[in-house]
Structures are given as structure tokens and as C-alpha cells.
Design a protein around this ligand. Structure first.
Ligand code: NAD
Length: 329
């Protein structure tokens, strides 16, 4: 089956062909799927998409007109696809529901500990011949209270690591996870979690209910100096509100692997240009803010797993079999 891969990065060219072997004819394009790039899918039966590819109703109609029948998403989220329009057009959609939740949780911990122990500052300081300790004071996570919002696959991995550190766990999730309860996590209302945590890590999906879950009101409820980590989805956090909380000292540190306006910025090399988003540029001026470019998933294990599942989904499409990872409206 001919498959056009949009938003292709070097790692996609490495991992996807290995998983597909010679079963599919993969054509890679660096461009994101958009109204302008739809014609690149000509001749393909399937397109393979990532988080910043747009598949709204108009784009899907364009793809269907070219003969595309399947969308293989090489990610878990599908908020970028109009599923109702896909169904109407007879386009099948499948995703990769899980791939190494450990990798994302471990990245959240890496961000937390970098900010806590000021490793990002120490790295530069020592290279500059400055071996002083002033400004590098951290705290023990042992004995602190860690609030985890969303205790599904990734939140549970994060909870296990924090449990290993000797932290007390507060959790908030409409569906409590028995494995988190076994670790000793106490499920509480969101307000109680916000008010009682020294560290808060977000692991819930982006839905209308969780959009700007962390806004000025939520921040006001938090402890002074709280550490906030978001490796989930950018729009969970109101950026303007966290900037104010950083300025007032309410937020002790902020770690973001995702940003609400990341599309068109993250995954691009803008080092010879400029940061085209003023709020992001402001965030990057704070010494207690650490931003990574949606890389929490980026481990060898996750890429192997994403490629294998995507190849399996394409195999199901090609064989006309029902696909266990199909997403429907
Ligand atoms: P999951 O579906 O296993 O878990 C999500 C949990 O959030 C579920 O237990 C659900 O009940 C809970 N939840 C739903 N609404 C909630 C709410 N209002 N408040 C609190 N909890 C709520 O998903 P997962 O695999 O653990 O992934 C979590 C999120 O991580 C994903 O939604 C995705 O946005 C993000 N993610 C980021 C990366 C990255 O590279 N940064 C990679 C993969 C996933």
C-alpha cells in the first residue's frame, strides 16, 4: 500500500521503514498536512500523520478526492482530526494508543529534578569556570507532597517514580486507578490537590473540561513556590496566567514539554530566526522555567513501539481487517 507520511523527521525515516519492511511503499514529506499540502497525497491509499498535522473536514474531503482511504496517526491524541467528517467520507482512522508511558513520566521527572537542583544553571556556570553554589539551592523530594492530575498510564508511571523518591502522593482523576491507590495515593478533589501539593504534574488529556485547567484561579489556590510540570498538552495551562504567577513568585518553577501555541514552533529549527510567539519568548527569560520541545515521548523504545503499531494498523487497513486501534467519532 502506498502511504504518504506527513511531518516526516529523520527518526520517522529510520523507524517506520524498519517496522513496515517491504509491505508498504512509504513516501516521506517534511511538510505538515494542511490545505496547501493535500496534493502531496496524490496516489496514496493512506496518509500517516503526527500531532501537528491538520485533518479538518475540508482537508479530509481533499484527501478523499485523491483516493486516500486511511489515516494512520503515529501518535495517541486525535484532537487534530475531524472524526465525524472522516466517518462521513468513509475514511478509516487509527492511532497508537500507548507507547512507553515510562518515557514520558521519566521526562517529567527529568524536568522536575533539573529545575529543583538547578542543573540547567550549574551546567553553564561550571563551564564558565564559576564553581560557586549561590543560587543553586534545591530541596529533597523525599517527604514532599506531589499532586498528580490524571493517573492513567503515564500518571501512574510518574506516581511510581515519586513513590520511589519517598514523596506523599495526592491524585485527582474522575476514574481512580487502583494501582495508584495501592501505592498510597490519596484521591482528592482538584482544589485540595492544588492547595496541598509542593509539586504538581499534569497527566490528563486535553478536553473542553481540561482546557486552561491551570488558570489564574487555580494558581491562586496553590502553595507559594509550587513546582508545576506539564508534559501532557499545552492548552491545559493558561500561559498568560503562569507568567503572572512566575512574576509574583507564586510559582517556584515551571516545566513545560508542551505549549499551547507550540504548532509551527516546536519541532522546527528557528535558531537562525527568532521565537515568533511573545508569550513563549517571555517564558524563556525566567531562570526557573524549563521548556522542552514536546520531546517527552522521544525514546528509542517509544519510537520502536510507535512504528510497530502504526505498521500493524496499516497492515489491518490493507488487509481489510477490523483494526483494534481504530478511532471513531
Ligand atoms: P491515559 O488515557 O492512560 O490517562 C489519562 C487519565 O486522565 C485517565 O485516567 C483519565 O481518567 C484522566 N482524566 C480525564 N479527564 C480528567 C480530568 N478532568 N482531571 C483529571 N484526570 C482526568 O493517557 P496517558 O497515556 O497517561 O497520557 C496522558 C496525556 O499525556 C495524554 O492525554 C497526552 O496528552 C499526553 N502525552 C504527552 C506526550 C509527550 O510527548 N509530551 C506523549 C504521550 C502522551
Amino acid at each position: 500500500m502506498r502511504v504518504v507520511v506527513f511531518s516526516a523527521k529523520p527518526h520517522d525515516r529510520d523507524f517506520l521503514p524498519l517496522a513496515c519492511a517491504d509491505r508498504h511503499d512509504l513516501v516521506f514529506h517534511e511538510s505538515r498536512l494542511s490545505a496547501a499540502t493535500v496534493p502531496l497525497a496524490a496516489g496514496a491509499e493512506a496518509v500517516c500523520l503526527f500531532v501537528h498535522d491538520h485533518a479538518d473536514a475540508t482537508i479530509l474531503a481533499g484527501l478523499a478526492k485523491l483516493g486516500v482511504k486511511h489515516l494512520a496517526l503515529r501518535c495517541a491524541g486525535f484532537n487534530n482530526v475531524d472524526l465525524a467528517a472522516a466517518a462521513q467520507l468513509g475514511l478509516g482512522v487509527a492511532r497508537v494508543p500507548a507507547y512507553s508511558p515510562h518515557g514520558v513520566a521519566e521526562h517529567a521527572v527529568a524536568l522536575l529534578m533539573t529545575l529543583n537542583r538547578r542543573v540547567h544553571r550549574a551546567y553553564n556556570r561550571v563551564r564558565d569556570g564559576n564553581f560557586a553554589l549561590e543560587g543553586l539551592l534545591g530541596f529533597n523530594v523525599h517527604g514532599k507532597t506531589v499532586g498528580i492530575v490524571g493517573t492513567g498510564k503515564i500518571g501512574l508511571c510518574f506516581a511510581r517514580i515519586m513513590h520511589g523518591f519517598g514523596a506523599r502522593l495526592l491524585a485527582h482523576d474522575p476514574v481512580p486507578n487502583p494501582e495508584a491507590v495501592q501505592l498510597g495515593a490519596e484521591y482528592v478533589a482538584l482544589d485540595r490537590l492544588l492547595a496541598g501539593s509542593d509539586i504538581i504534574s499534569l497527566h490528563c488529556p486535553l478536553t473542553p473540561a481540561t482546557h486552561h485547567l491551570i488558570d489564574a484561579t487555580a494558581l491562586a489556590r496553590m502553595r507559594d513556590g509550587v513546582f508545576l510540570v506539564n508534559t501532557s498538552r499545552g492548552p491545559l495551562v493558561d500561559t498568560a496566567a503562569v507568567i503572572e504567577a512566575l512574576k509574583s513568585g507564586k510559582l517556584g518553577a515551571l516545566a513545560l514539554d508542551v505549549y499551547e501555541e507550540e504548532e509551527g514552533i516546536f519541532y522546527e529549527d528557528l535558531s537562525a530566526a527568532f521565537v515568533p510567539d511573545d508569550l513563549l519568548a517571555r517564558l524563556l527569560t525566567f531562570p526557573n522555567v524549563l521548556v522542552t520541545s514536546h520531546q517527552a515521548f522521544f525514546t528509542r523504545e517509544a519510537l520502536t513501539s510507535i512504528a510497530a503499531t502504526t505498521a500493524g494498523n496499516l497492515d489491518d487497513f490493507a488487509a481489510g481487517r477490523p483494526c483494534a486501534n481504530a478511532v471513531k467519532a
